[in-house]
Design a protein around this ligand. Structure first.
Ligand SMILES: [Ca+2]
Length: 424
């Protein structure tokens, strides 16, 4: 007995030694991170975009669009209804619930056309809409003009269609990014808690749009016949991140799940992401408010044993050809917001990997997630391994992750800061 125990201990020690070596190799492969605050006391910063000289445009959800110039001076460019201190305001731009001013992108040809793009809720059309606005930045970088709403018909969840499980302004998507591969603008949109939206061929919610700088459909979007030609993928719930894998430039979404299963998904042209919260689909019957997205337990607390019975984020039974996720957050929903691929040798073992940010509010009002994960996604895009980042900063609700022109990672947190993470 003693000898057997001794043998087990010896084997365990050998195994431990082997694991220790392996862990050391992995630890060396991951960079260390230094942390510094770039801007603080912001109002729910949502997204950033950089010029090559370090100039950083940024949005605050309920305030507006600003720029931090390369010398550190901050100029408030375009405010929303009731915003103060901005060079200009637009009275139709508003925030409510999760909605407001969100995604931000800079035109690849900014040096010649001075265009930037902003996603926001607007009251210009009833009962409210989400829009992608194109703005022209003046030469001094102190003002914007020539607003053109290049997409004006993205659904919005109005107060009149509120649900017991989510307030007005819910599920907007809202990330806008140019692909470094094809140069087109990708726009993520949410299902607005409307069962008819994600699989609709004409309603632009629950989609990824792929358009040119004028808002026209890009060629080769590949959606089925009868679909709005701007639609690149459909059947999404609330994708709030989109990023392009270095080398292939394949787009990947980061998408919020309904009490379960945040998903990272490799997109293909015309792909169905498999979210369909309509009644009488997938063998279920009616649901309150014609929205089955939280079935079968629309109002109750989440019981882990029931999770497998929840309406799936990717309904492969109804849609066998749907795009399978690369990763589903171990079946959890924790407010997965944004993702980007890290690029450059300074990122050591994380070079070319996707980093994703979390930070949600659980059904009991408590924060969940509040972390960064690095995903090593397989070449086929349908499996991944996760490493949780050892944060050099306080845990926070991560809203945006953008690699700056200096190669560092900039993070916006809902607590009100934009910070720099420097690998070392
Ligand atoms: Ca899906």
């Amino acid at each position: 007995m003693i000898r057997r125990t001794s043998s087990v201990v010896r084997c365990a020690l050998i195994a431990c030694a082997a694991m220790s070596v392996s862990s050391t190799v992995l630890a060396q492969a991951a960079p260390g991170l230094a942390y510094s605050v770039v801007l603080s006391k912001l109002d729910s910063p949502w997204d950033m975009a950089f010029l090559p000289d370090g100039t950083m445009f940024f949005t605050e959800k309920c305030s507006g669009l600003s720029v931090r110039q390369a010398n550190g001076t901050v100029v408030k460019l375009l405010g929303m209804k009731d915003s103060k201190g901005y060079a200009a305001t637009a009275s139709d731009l508003f925030c409510e619930g999760q909605a407001g001013m969100s995604g931000l992108a800079i035109d690849p040809n900014f040096a010649s056309n001075r265009f930037i793009y902003v996603y926001s809720a607007s009251s210009l059309t009833a009962p409210g809409s989400n829009r992608v606005m194109r703005l022209k930045v003046n030469e001094a970088g102190t003002g914007v003009s020539d607003r053109t709403d290049i997409v004006a018909d993205i659904p919005y969840k109005p107060r009149s269609s509120d649900h017991p499980f989510g307030g007005p302004g819910a599920h907007n998507g809202g990330r806008v990014r140019f692909s470094p591969g094809d140069g087109f603008l990708y726009v993520t949109t949410g299902d607005t808690h409307n069962g008819a939206v994600p699989q609709s061929p004409t309603l632009l919610g629950g989609k990824v749009l792929r358009i040119d700088r004028d808002g026209k459909a890009a060629p080769g979007n590949g959606a089925p016949a009868g679909f709005d030609p701007r639609i690149y993928t459909y059947g999404h719930r609330n994708p709030q991140g989109i990023a392009f894998r270095p080398g292939t430039n394949q787009p990947f979404t980061a998408e919020n799940g309904p009490w379960h299963s945040d998903e990272v998904t490799a997109l293909v042209p015309g792909g169905n992401a498999g979210w369909d919260p309509r009644p009488n689909v997938g063998g279920r019957g009616a649901c309150p408010d014609n929205y089955c997205g939280y079935s079968p337990n629309q109002m109750g607390a989440v019981n882990p044993k029931e999770r497998a019975e929840f309406m799936p984020m990717t309904d492969l039974k109804t849609y066998p050809n749907a795009m399978k996720p690369a990763w589903n957050n171990d079946g959890l929903s924790q407010g997965m917001f944004s993702g980007t691929f890290l690029n450059g040798p300074q990122w050591k073992g994380w070079n070319g990997k996707m980093i994703i940010g979390f930070g949600g509010i659980g059904i009991h009002g408590t924060p969940v997630g509040n972390r960064l994960d690095v995903l090593d996604i397989a070449a086929n895009g349908i499996s991944a391994t996760r490493t949780t980042v050892n944060l050099p900063m306080p845990a926070a609700r991560f809203r945006s992750l953008v690699q700056g022109p200096d190669g560092n990672l900039y993070v916006a947190t809902d607590e009100g800061a934009i910070s720099r993470l420097t690998p070392n």
